[in-house]
Design a protein around this ligand. Structure first.
Ligand code: ADP
Length: 951
């Protein structure tokens, strides 16, 4: 058994890999989030900046619009119009005072005539401007050209300190709608400044908004805009210029260490623009802060992911390790299970287990074999009824089985056994007992079945034997005792004495016949009878065989010979014995006058058939199957008085089969019987062991390798390669044939295919070989197309090769597993030490045998009883109680040594009797006069190579 160790997988690389897998995506995600957030926030900042710019521009536009409307309203005032038309300075100035008072933003207002000369103004303190002409001024030109309210841009007031103001100008018409004068209002933009300051958050340093007129001059500003504060504020950059052309622009500006965003926005309906300045730090700081927070969060996330990854990785690694261990354990359990199942399957007995609910839990293949159920696995898990349905049709008396099982199922604790007979004559014994767990809980019920047919047959033979012996021995013995006693105790007249002596003689003969029959059958069965085949002429042979029975008035005899009977070969004496048995039975079991017919005819060109028919009692059909069994006698009242041993037909069968022929009986009870003996024209000697095989084996000599393979060409190929490697091989296409071959002569190795021609497969054969103590040691290499290596090795195969495979591979493995051939053991028995040494020398050096020596018969028999040799080299004339003949007889008398080949090496001149005795003892003879090393080697080689059996 090999232990199944699996090294635990190394954890560190797995943990690192999983960590990398978890952390990498998290890091990428965080980076992506930071970049996206930064981008989005920056866009938001730009949006904020531009909307702040737009807000400023709108405020400015609103402010201008309001003042423009105010000025337009003022110029339509009736009194001002009349005053201006009349050039009534005082009245106009009074109106101007009212206007300035109602609009706090306006800080100065004056009126000029259409030629541009100023003649009224307020506040009056600024007298210096009266009489000045403004015709060249921009605002003046603007009003005259537009002929409506006009907003001028920044211009410097002459007053000191210089400051920029903007003005509103509008024409004043008289009541007749003639141009009377122009009104100009100056505004320092104080209110607008306040509004813009609120909008622009000027409390933040560096932040501010400026308003630029259409010339690019700064009208005013709030905060600390970075736009140069010169009075002539010309646009110097692209940003302001494009705003004055109506396009909103944003620009980044660097001043010293600081960076700003400059937003230039056009002010609607004015040609002006606002310039809003935002320090970049102000807008970027929150972005930076958020990005920082994101990065920090990301790091935390990364750390959490790391910890989690570490945890998962370790858990994963641990689970993997656990899985590997579990898998190894499962494999081990599976192997064990296969072993147990194989063990159970290899049992010749049938084993089954069902639970309390009558569900079949297990059934071995042995069970299936008994009842011809190939798919036992299909029954497992089903109710036992499924099996019952398959079994019942096979039973002779199903009720017996059903009742017995019903009783067992209804008595959970009952243990019982019973026997059933199958319709094919087999006797099956069932044994069932409850199965309990270790704690005593009832698990179910087992059912074991065993084929007792052979035992029953032996029992029958024994009973018949006892009955026959008691009857057949006692009857003549009673006569012998009775008549001899009479003769001893009485004075009898001579004729009486003679009559009694005749009776004693006849009864003795009868006894002798019985004993002869019995011993004969034993010898024939053991294969110890030698057959001498000789050509026979059927007509002549049958006339001789029937001569004894001819001319009997009680039973007329008819001989019916076909004209074209071919000559055939048989052992004359043995065949006579068969004819004698058949004819004496025909006479015995026929009433007086019953004709007996003997017919002979050719059978199929290659055989001859001899039939013996009578018109006697006949044989009942139920007796037919056992008719040729030993001690089998039909038991019926009409034949009880007829003597017999029940051995005659058994002997006939043995002899017929030894010729390669058959014998069979046909009968109509009450009308007669016919026995047909069919013999091949050229008999093939068949040893008894060989006759019992299921499949014929062509070559029975020992071989190195037995190839069990149904693919002839593949087998031939393997055989060829084995021969090249110096190994002998033979092939068997079926498991049955292979088993018979192995039992007759075990090979040193088996090459086994799984798919075979017969009803058993390679698994069955492997299981059987490994379960047989005599064969289990033979290494088996499986060579097949399906890969079930585990199962093969579990069942005991040495190796497993999946087809196709290179032949060199196969030969290599064969060499690896081929056991060393055991040298033959030879016992040399001779009283001549010099001759013994010469023989031993030859055996050891030329034939590599292991030798043992004995100098007389008694010692030889002792050694043989300790260890049976493969060959005995035997001298005949030796001192002591046992000579060579005695040794030979003793060998043949014991079943274990009956087959041991014997080579008699003798200097004795043999008589005909002695020769016959040696032949009978199946010994080969080498005369010492013909002895040579070479001759001895040849004979020994032949005897060691030959099969056991008669010479
Ligand atoms: P035996 O004749 O000594 O009893 P056999 O083996 O020759 O033994 O025969 C076995 C049995 O077969 C016989 O006992 C007999 O019942 C039956 N039998 C054999 N030959 C015949 C026959 N010709 N007619 C009727 N029964 C026969």
């Amino acid at each position: 058994m090999t232990a199944n160790h699996t090294a635990p997988p190394r954890r560190a690389p797995i943990v690192a890999a999983i960590l990398a897998l978890v952390l990498l995506p998290v890091a990428v995600m965080i980076l992506f989030a930071v970049v996206t957030a930064r981008k989005a926030l920056t866009a938001q900042i730009f949006e904020t900046a531009t909307s702040e710019g737009r807000g400023a521009a709108l405020s400015v536009a609103e402010d201008l619009q309001g003042k423009r409307e105010t000025v337009a309203l003022v110029t339509t005032r009736r009194l001002l119009r009349i005053g201006a038309a009349r050039r009534d300075r005082a009245e106009v100035e009074r109106h101007l005072r009212e206007v300035l008072a109602s609009v706090p933003d306006f800080e100065r207002a004056f009126v000029a005539d259409p030629a541009g000369t100023l003649w009224a103004h307020h506040p009056a303190s600024d007298e210096s401007v009266v009489g000045r002409n403004f015709a060249d001024r921009e605002w003046y030109r603007g009003v005259t050209v537009q002929n409506g309210t006009y907003v001028t841009g920044a211009y410097e007031r002459a007053a000191r300190p210089v400051r920029l103001v903007h003005a509103f100008a509008a024409p004043i018409y008289d009541l007749d709608n003639r141009l009377a004068a122009y009104l100009v209002v100056q505004d320092a933009g104080a209110r607008l400044g306040e509004r813009l300051a609120r909008l622009s958050r000027t409390d933040q340093p560096g932040r501010g908004t400026a308003v630029v007129d259409h010339n690019g001059r700064r009208v005013f500003h709030v905060g600390t805009p970075g736009i140069p504060a010169e009075i002539d504020l010309r646009p110097r950059d692209e940003c302001v210029r494009s705003a004055l052309h109506g396009h909103e622009t944003v620009q980044r500006l660097t001043q010293g260490d600081e960076e700003f965003l400059i937003v230039c926005t056009p002010v609607p309906d004015s040609g002006w623009a606002t310039v809003t300045r935002l320090p970049l730090s102000v807008v970027l700081d929150p972005v930076q802060a958020i990005a920082g927070q994101l990065a920090g969060g990301g790091l935390v996330l990364l750390a959490v992911a790391g910890v989690l990854g570490m945890y998962w990785a370790r858990t994963f690694a641990r689970n993997r390790e656990l899985l590997a261990r579990t898998t190894a354990l499962n494999r081990k359990i599976e192997t064990q299970r296969e072993r147990y199942w194989s063990l159970l399957d290899s049992s010749a007995d049938g084993l089954a287990l069902a639970d309390g609910e009558r569900t079949l839990l297990y059934m071995n293949r042995g069970f299936g074999r008994f009842f011809g159920i190939e798919d036992v696995e299909a029954l497992v898990g089903k109710p036992v009824n499924a099996f019952r349905e398959r079994l019942v049709p096979l039973l002779e008396e199903p009720e017996k089985y059903l009742q017995a099982m019903e009783y067992l199922w209804s008595h959970a604790d009952a243990t019982s056994d019973f026997e059933v007979t199958l319709k094919d004559g087999r006797a099956i014994h069932f044994y069932s007992h409850p199965v309990r767990a270790a704690d005593g809980a009832l698990l179910g019920r087992s059912l074991v079945c065993r084929d007792l047919t052979r035992e029953r047959e032996v029992e029958r033979i024994k009973n018949e034997f006892v009955a026959t012996v008691s009857h057949e021995l006692r009857t003549p013995l009673a006569s012998l005792l009775g008549f001899s006693e009479l003769m001893l105790t009485r004075e009898l007249p001579d004729d009486k004495r003679r009559q009694f002596l005749e009776l004693i003689h006849n009864e003795s003969k009868r006894l002798n016949e019985l004993i002869n029959d019995f011993l004969d059958l034993q010898r024939v069965e053991a294969g110890r009878v030698s057959y001498r085949f000789e050509p026979l002429e059927a007509g002549e042979f049958l006339r001789e065989a029937t001569a004894l029975y001819a001319n009997r008035p009680s039973h007329p005899l008819r001989l019916d010979l076909a004209p074209d009977l071919p000559p055939f070969a048989a052992d004359r004496n043995r065949l006579m014995q068969v004819m004698h048995n058949l004819l004496s039975n025909a006479v015995k079991f026929s009433p007086r006058g019953g004709e007996i017919a003997i017919a002979a005819r050719p059978a199929g060109g290659e055989a001859i058939e001899i039939a013996v028919s009578d018109r006697g009692l006949g044989i009942p059909p139920e007796a037919m199957p056992g008719l040729f069994g030993k001690f089998y006698r039909v038991d019926s009242s009409d034949r009880r008085a007829i003597g017999g041993t029940g051995l005659g037909l058994a002997l006939c069968k043995e002899i017929a089969e030894a010729h390669g022929g058959t014998i069979r009986a046909e009968s109509v009870p009450g009308a007669g019987s016919t026995f047909r003996l069919t013999l091949p024209l050229k008999p093939r000697r068949i040893a008894p062991a060989e006759r019992r095989r299921t499949a014929p084996v062509t070559d029975n000599a020992p071989h190195d390798v037995l190839i069990v393979e149904d693919d002839n060409s593949f087998a031939a190929l393997v055989q060829e390669h084995l021969a090249e490697a110096g190994l002998t091989a033979r092939t068997e296409p079926t498991a049955e044939g292979a088993l018979a071959a192995l039992r007759a002569s075990p090979a040193r190795m088996v090459l086994l295919d799984i798919h075979l021609a017969g009803s058993l497969d390679g698994w069955d054969l492997l299981i059987t070989i490994k379960a047989d103590p005599k064969l289990a040691g033979i290494p088996v290499i499986i060579t097949t197309v399906t890969d079930r290596r585990e199962r093969g090795l579990a069942l005991g195969a040495s190796d497993y090769l999946v087809k196709p495979f290179p032949m060199t591979d196969l030969i290599g493995r064969v060499r690896r597993f081929l056991p060393e051939a055991e040298p033959a053991r030879v016992l040399v028995v001779d009283d001549d030490a010099g001759f013994r040494t010469a023989v031993v020398e030859t055996l050891r050096h030329e034939l590599h045998c292991v030798t043992d020596e004995a100098d007389n018969g008694t010692r030889a028999l002792e050694k043989i009883s300790q260890r049976i040799p493969d060959l005995v080299v035997l001298d005949l004339l030796m001192p002591g109680a046992a000579d060579g003949f005695a040794v030979l007889d003793a060998l043949r008398a014991r079943a274990e040594t009956a087959h041991v080949p014997v080579l008699v090496v003798t200097g004795k001149t043999l008589t005909a009797d002695e020769k016959a005795r040696l032949r009978h003892g199946m010994a080969r003879v080498l005369a010492k006069t013909e002895y040579s090393r070479q001759h001895l080697s040849e004979l020994v080689r032949e005897l060691l190579g030959a099969t056991a059996g008669p010479a």
